[in-house]
Design a protein around this ligand. Structure first.
Ligand code: FUL
Length: 477
């Protein structure tokens, strides 16, 4: 390009910038990758604990179970996937190998696998059925492969780490298609010879990244997402997607459960919280626990305290000895879906007007309501507080306010409150801390014509891409 053409192109770029309004804010701090953003927007995934424990009733198998114990009478992963899809879940994760070491696929690294079981004369492959069912139903496919192995005689020696890598390779190498999440449990108990293993986490992580570059690794400290710190279905009311991982490892060397539950503001690593919880008391199916399948009310509470608190919900629905979901669980899932559909049927912010300060053209407050993910309201650089007024299309009765931060640019909001203009005047109806990918604020039921969203504190100028209002008459909080 000659000098004149260069100057002209600079001029054109300048004119375009002026015409397009202010520049977008710079990303703040640790930010998610596009895969991490897409992952969190899945909102709900289903976990399937299945294996020898399904038949023995154990939670943690000993590794000495004989292979003939694994013999589902009517395995149908298609039923799992259809149920998950109809219930509004986006991805599915199978315990391909739990702590007992039994592999649900014919792993070349082990003799303790489906190939040695009577099921389908040793020719079956649960993982193959599972991955094909996921693909058929448009669900993403993920795997849990436990490093803790109570069966492998090499466990407790350096040799085991290499064997575990080859185990990962046989699952992630392509036979089972794209894997969206590799679930690593930090548990490190004793193996068959009474020894514990020193896990080579960097090697395990590198193997996953090499074979499935788009997969997120779940563990206490990522690399893709982190454990929420409990198995009760509860993310922190304050929940940052950032934390410090330097010097920590999954399992005993992990950050405290309090830190896992709430993250650390402005920390240097992005790992959003994943809330794993079972629909039953245990992780594996047991006939005796069927009466204790969680109620719709409990599932709604879990939804509000996970998805509604900037976390992804991984709900475990364990198949029974037939290899199908128990009808009680399936029915409960459909009732849960119906409840969510009823609660979120009508956005009462539709047709509202939002007014207040912004960065300027292209980032105006109206962007909160346009339903486009990449269109967001933003404040000028350095301005970390703001107040927006939302004039509803008439008087509305509601008790849920959904807020979304535009997380591709980082998580910023540290404190906010919401006021409502009721017939008695302005009233504060909520005071909270973080927002993140999605925050569902539970407020008292109010009737109002206007609300005010006040950002009281942020680590950098706020950037929000969504606001919606609902009236929940189903969940009795
Ligand atoms: C835990 C395991 O020990 C449980 O058996 C279960 O798989 C759960 C999801 O993770 O740490």
């Amino acid at each position: 390009m000659n000098r004149k053409a260069f100057l002209l192109s600079l001029l054109a770029a300048g004119l375009m910038a002026a015409a397009c309004g202010p520049k977008a804010p710079e990303p703040f701090g640790a930010c998610p990758t596009p895969d991490q953003v897409a992952w969190q927007r899945m909102e709900m995934n289903m976990f399937f604990h299945f294996g020898p424990n399904t038949f023995t009733g154990a939670e943690w198998g000993t590794g000495t179970e004989t292979e003939d114990i694994f013999n589902p009478t009517d395995l149908d992963c298609g039923q799992w996937a259809r149920t998950a899809r109809l219930a509004g879940f986006q991805g599915m994760i199978l315990t391909a190998k739990h702590h007992d070491g039994f592999c649900l696929w014919p792993s070349p690294e082990s003799r303790h696998t489906v190939a040695a079981s009577p099921w389908r004369d040793g020719k079956g492959d649960v993982l193959k059925d599972f991955s094909e069912a996921c693909a058929a139903e448009g669900m993403k496919c993920g795997v849990y492969i436990s490093p803790w192995d109570r069966n492998d005689p090499r466990y407790g020696s350096p040799e085991y780490n290499g064997a575990f890598v080859r185990t990962l390779e046989s699952v992630l190498g392509g036979t089972y298609g794209p894997i969206f999440e590799q679930w690593f449990d930090g548990a490190c108990g004793e193996g068959p010879n009474g020894k514990r293993q020193v896990y080579d986490w960097p090697l395990f992580n590198e193997t996953v990244h090499r074979l499935q570059p788009h997969a997120l690794i779940f563990s206490d400290v990522g690399t893709g997402c982190r454990w929420v710190g409990n198995e009760e279905g509860r993310a922190g009311r304050t929940n940052w997607s950032t934390l410090e991982v330097e010097g920590f490892t999954p399992g005993a060397g992990s950050p405290s459960v309090e830190v896992l539950n709430s993250g650390i503001p402005g920390a240097s690593f992005w790992a959003a919280a994943e809330t794993d919880v079972s629909i039953r008391p245990g992780w594996f199916w047991r006939a005796s626990e069927t009466p204790e399948v969680k109620s719709v009310q409990k599932l709604l509470q879990i939804y509000y305290e996970s998805v509604g608190r900037n976390s992804l919900l991984l709900l475990n629905v364990p198949p029974d000895t037939r290899g199908r979901l128990d009808p009680v669980d399936s029915l409960r899932l459909m009732e849960f879906r119906a409840a969510l559909d009823a609660i979120f049927a009508e956005d009462l912010a539709a047709g509202a007007q939002v007014s207040g300060p912004s960065r300027g053209r292209g980032f105006d407050p109206g962007r909160l309501l346009d339903g486009k993910y990449d269109s967001y309201w933003a404040m000028p650089d350095g301005q970390t507080t703001a107040s927006l007024e939302v004039s509803l299309d008439g008087e509305k009765t509601f008790n849920r306010v959904v807020l979304q931060e535009y997380i591709p640019l980082g998580q910023r909001v540290a404190a906010f409150h919401i006021d409502a203009l009721t017939p008695e005047g302005w009233q504060e109806i909520a005071r909270e801390t973080t927002i993140g990918c999605k925050r569902i604020v539970l407020t008292p039921t109010v009737t109002a014509q206007k609300i005010r969203l006040v950002i009281d504190e942020a680590l950098a100028c706020p950037t929000l891409n969504g606001l919606a209002i609902f009236n929940d008459t189903v969940y009795l909080q």
